[in-house]
Design a protein around this ligand. Structure first.
Ligand code: E4P
Length: 216
């Protein structure tokens, strides 16, 4: 499973990119708004940091508007992937964009049926939102498992991005289910990395090392 980082904060992106673990970035209008910066400026800066798919979301609700926004965003960099909401108009836009060779990430996916429709319309990625499904009492990971299984049966090339990741167990579950990618917030990356026994182990090694007179 590959990792994308789910943020529009360039410091977070720079930091995790230096760890060498991410191959892409996802943003959404809420994450962009949180940064209080110009949308296209942030996206451009992100493309200068990470050499991989960078998802930028449209805000139009009609297919023509989505396509127009998408074409403008796609001009920023060849790595731009257009995030399109899972609606009828969204599917129409995905079909048009896919015929123009513009990559899409269909977002706000909450069922395997929605994922299948998005894939058949030509989506490059689908993003089922695990955490938000959990929030309303549906087990998000079951839906992600269903999508991966169905795509495998039919050899569908659309990649599944486990999204709305809230904690490290979501990552383990998504990985075991065969999700191609997990898009992970910075705070969850930190939790994946940390283990008290690693910290204790380092402390003990250093103390033991210092206890040898010649190593002081
Ligand atoms: C996915 O691409 C979305 O940006 C994101 O994962 C949504 O997560 P949230 O439910 O924590 O807002």
């Amino acid at each position: 499973m590959k990792f994308f980082i789910d943020t529009a904060n360039v410091e977070e992106i720079r930091e995790v990119n230096e760890w060498g673990v991410i191959s892409g970035v996802t943003t959404n209008p809420s994450l962009i708004a949180k940064e209080g910066r110009d949308f296209k400026g942030v996206i451009k800066e992100i493309t200068d940091i990470v050499d991989g798919p960078i998802s930028a979301e449209v805000i139009s609700l009609d297919a023509n508007g989505m396509v127009k926004e998408a074409e403008e965003l796609a001009q920023i960099h060849p790595n731009i992937v257009i995030k399109i909401p899972m609606t009828k108009e969204g599917l129409k836009a995905v079909k048009i964009l896919s015929s123009k060779g513009i990559k899409t990430n269909v977002t706000l996916v909450f069922s395997a049926n929605q994922a299948l429709l998005a894939a058949r319309a030509g989506a490059t990625y689908v993003s089922p939102f695990a955490g938000r499904m959990d929030d309303i009492g549906n087990e998000g990971m079951i839906i992600i498992g269903d999508i991966v299984e169905i795509f495998d049966i039919y050899g569908i090339e659309t990649e599944v991005i486990a999204a709305s990741i809230r904690h490290p167990m979501h990552i383990i579950e998504a990985a075991k289910l065969g999700a191609h990618i997990a898009t992970v917030p910075y705070k969850v990356f930190e939790k994946m990395l940390k283990h008290p026994m690693t910290d204790n182990g380092i402390e003990k090694f250093l103390n033991d090392w210092k206890s040898v007179e010649n190593n002081k």
